[in-house]
Ligand binder design. Structure first.
Ligand code: NDP
Length: 254
């Protein structure tokens, strides 16, 4: 390419929830686009970081981090900035889903989902935004929302998840506008059903019903999200902020 606009070479990217699923696969593609990668996850993702470094010839590190704990997030971000030398990009992706009808949800169920999916995304974005602002750096953030921010899934009850993801979508737009003058872009992706532990471990009858309702007649793969994340992180999208990109095999179109 004459204009290497999708390249992430020379950048350092934080990926939350990179131990498995979408985070792990997209982290590999981000490395393939040239970035050094730092994985933050509840689980120890050292083996993932080592594989990425060996496979793509980039630097990669992993830190155990609970995104619901702002002090822990700050500590990991400080360590990452020190060990990697700088931070430029963030794929803010860690999330959980609870399939439980709203009438049966206890306050602790609701709080847990909102804490990881909304508060966690906010703490990580805020800590990263503060780092960029303090160091007079521009940067780009991609949050993982969901098509559940836009539609209501059936037949499973998951109001806490849907509400948390709708909040992520609007948090993305809010931060995008607040941080325009800092040169920090904030966008989100909204995947449809993607085959990972979250969906694969769900009731097989539901999975059948979901697939019948998707115009593509299949779930997506984490690999099919990588291009969108790289686009939004890279200089190919310098005039794009506050955008939510739905990647769902046409689920929300019909
Ligand atoms: P996975 O469960 O496969 O991966 C999520 C990762 O996030 C896990 O490694 C998990 O660690 C980690 N995580 C959970 N809680 C925390 C926490 N408090 N702090 C740090 N890390 C944490 O899920 P997916 O890859 O499928 O999902 C990734 C994102 O994509 C989520 O935000 C999800 O809501 C979203 N999404 C997924 C869709 C799908 O169909 N799969 C569709 C739309 C959106 P551990 O396993 O140790 O808990």
């Amino acid at each position: 390419m004459k204009h290497d606009i999708f390249s992430l070479k020379g950048k350092v990217c934080i990926v939350t929830g990179g131990y498995q699923g979408i985070g792990e696969v997209v982290a590999s593609y981000i490395a393939d686009a040239g970035a050094d990668v730092v994985i933050l996850d509840l689980a120890d993702a050292t083996a993932v970081a080592e594989r990425i470094a060996a496979e793509y010839g980039v630097r990669s590190k992993a830190y155990i981090c609970d995104v619901t704990n702002p002090d822990n997030v700050q500590e990991c971000m400080d360590k990452a900035a020190e060990e990697m030398g700088t931070l430029d990009l963030l794929f803010n992706n860690a999330g959980i889903c609870l399939h439980k009808p709203a009438l049966e949800c206890e306050p602790k169920d609701w709080l847990k989902v909102v804490d990881v999916n909304l508060n966690g995304v906010y703490y990580v974005a805020q800590t990263f935004g503060r780092y960029l602002a303090a160091n007079h750096k521009k940067g780009s953030i991609v949050n993982t929302a969901s098509m559940s921010a836009t539609i209501v899934n059936i037949p499973q009850g998951q109001a806490s998840y849907n509400a948390s993801k709708a909040a992520v979508k609007h948090l993305t737009k809010s931060l995008a506008v607040e941080w325009v003058d800092k040169g920090i872009r904030v966008n989100s992706i909204s995947p449809g059903y993607i085959r990972t532990a979250i969906t694969g471990n769900s009731n097989p009858e539901w999975q059948k019903l979901w697939i019948e309702s998707i115009p593509y007649k299949r779930m997506g793969t984490p690999e099919e999200l990588a291009g969108a994340v790289i686009y939004l992180l890279s200089d190919a999208s310098t005039y794009t902020s506050g955008c939510d990109m739905i990647i769902d095999g046409c689920f929300t179109v019909v």
